[in-house]
Design a protein around this ligand. Structure first.
Ligand code: SF4
Length: 477
């Protein structure tokens, strides 16, 4: 996928002007947010579980080599194959080789962000293999030639009338006068089309929510059961997963599963949680003849031991974006790459470079809601700040911003001067703005006042009031 994060500002403007997107996004606050709050309130140990989940992942990341090798050994013991892919190109090539080994014409796919990250669909198509998305949301956006705009609800940006239009265009085999007004009718139609695709596919490709070291299992959670058909009906099951998905034991996976669905959709558990262990055995009635796991690094191992390591705890639940006022206003496509919302603002610059994606960490109010709800307690604002610092150090921020920060830093290191300067500024602004009580335009703050008024200071600075009321300054000041 070609990133458009450089055009973030324009993307965001377009999104704000897009009426149907705004209508689709309006439903998020009443759905996911309210459901998560209810689900969390119903489980007294929810906060303790979040701590446990964080600790499990931290421990795994500290010993990642050990758990990955254990996972590989157990996959081999159950008859599967593990392919280590350092880059996206390695992973794509591996999947293609597996597909070609059975002369595959079509492959079915369960929803996988990693497949999006490596641009698998485009690559397979370019090599004459047709990928068919089987998650309903993914299927809709595949027909519309779009990309997901949310991690757990890929078609959240599409409204019902657009789905009806898409189905009428893409399914000419059905009666043109059929009714598609009811969600159930849309679902039945998608199901009837996909049923044959499941049966025709030579290879089924899924992602993985977890890889379990002690058993060599891969785990997917879905609400539609499409992942199960994707992985059990074709001759070959290929799992494409990034290496931080590994956890030590079944029990660890169960603990994290308890926070995953509650954080994502407010369910206690997703409808289907499927564990896969190798290909079918002689006594199994069905299942794939081959089982492959493609383990993708794509820059992740370089994060180990760095200030960005914590991002590798992410379980892609989407809670951070459901609660993010910026994501809620502009949706996922504005972020310009695979991962939207607060987690995208952290992962995208990490994976494709701060120079490519420097706008994203700035697209945050730092309200902290993302960190408050993240089940893995990832300090997203802190990680975004690291990216901001890096962009500043690499001189990627605009000259005016750098100059402003330079002046502020100069004053902040000299508290007496800082107090004098802010006191004077307050007096001047107060004198000019007292009559109207606000400024509708302020030199140097045009971006801020373009959308709201700047209140005129009414009295003394906070620090002046603080010392009048007996507040003490820091010893060093
Ligand atoms: S950062 Fe946290 S809240 Fe956001 S998707 Fe990852 S685990 Fe979920």
């Amino acid at each position: 996928m070609q990133p458009t994060t450089r055009q973030f500002t324009q993307n965001a403007r377009d999104a704000l002007a897009n009426a149907s997107l705004q209508s689709a996004l309006g439903k998020m606050e009443t759905g996911f947010v309210a459901n998560r709050a209810t689900a969390a309130a119903r489980l007294p140990e929810f906060e303790a579980l979040r701590d446990q989940a964080r600790d499990i992942k931290n421990h795994t990341l500290e010993n990642l080599d050990f758990y990955l090798e254990t996972f590989e050994a157990n996959v081999i013991a159950s008859g599967g194959v593990v392919h280590w892919a350092a880059t996206a190109e390695d992973a794509r090539r591996t999947v293609l080789d597996i597909c070609r080994s059975v002369d595959a014409k079509t492959v079915t796919k369960g929803k996988s962000m990693i497949a999006e990250e490596i641009g698998l669909n485009e690559y397979l198509e370019a090599n004459d293999i047709e990928p068919v998305e089987t998650d309903l949301g993914e299927y809709i956006i595949q027909l519309r030639h779009e990309s997901p705009s949310h991690i757990i609800a890929p078609a959240i940006h599409v409204v019902k009338n657009q789905v009806i239009e898409t189905f009428r265009e893409s399914h000419p085999q059905f009666d043109p006068d059929r009714s598609l007004e009811e969600p159930r009718e849309l679902l039945d139609e998608a199901r009837s089309v996909l049923r044959q695709r499941f049966l025709d596919a030579d290879v089924g490709i899924t992602g993985a929510n977890f890889l379990i070291a002690e058993t060599g299992s891969t785990v997917i959670v879905t609400n539609e059961g499409n992942g199960d058909l994707t992985q059990t009906l074709p001759k070959i099951h290929v799992v494409v997963a990034s290496l931080e998905k590994v956890v030590p034991t079944l029990e660890d996976a169960s603990a994290i599963l308890r926070v995953l669905a509650r954080s994502a959709t407010g369910q206690e558990y997703s409808s289907y949680t499927t564990f896969s262990n190798g290909p079918r055995r002689a006594e199994d009635p069905d299942g794939p003849e081959q089982f492959h796991v493609v383990l993708l690094d794509n820059g992740r191992s370089a994060l180990l031991g760095t200030e960005s390591q914590e991002v590798l705890r992410c379980i892609r639940c989407g809670a951070c974006m459901n609660h993010c006022p910026v994501y809620g206003a502009i949706g996922g496509h504005a972020y310009g790459w695979v991962y939207p919302g607060p987690i995208g603002s952290v992962i995208t610059p990490t994976l494709i470079g701060v120079d490519e994606a420097r706008h994203l960490p700035n697209a945050s109010t730092f309200c902290g809601r993302c960190e408050q709800v993240c089940p893995m307690r990832i300090p997203l604002p802190k990680l975004m700040r690291h990216h901001r610092e890096k962009a500043f150090e690499e001189k990627l921020t605009p000259a005016t911003e750098r100059a402003g920060l330079g002046v502020w830093a100069f004053l902040a290191r000299r508290p007496a001067l800082y107090r004098l300067a802010t006191g004077m500024a307050m007096r001047v602004l107060g004198a000019f703005g007292r009559r109207r009580g606000k400024f509708s335009r302020l030199p140097g703050a045009g971006g801020w006042t373009a959308h709201r008024d700047f209140p005129a200071p009414q009295g003394r600075t906070f620090q002046q009031q603080w010392s009048t009321r007996g507040g003490r300054r820091n010893a060093g000041q």
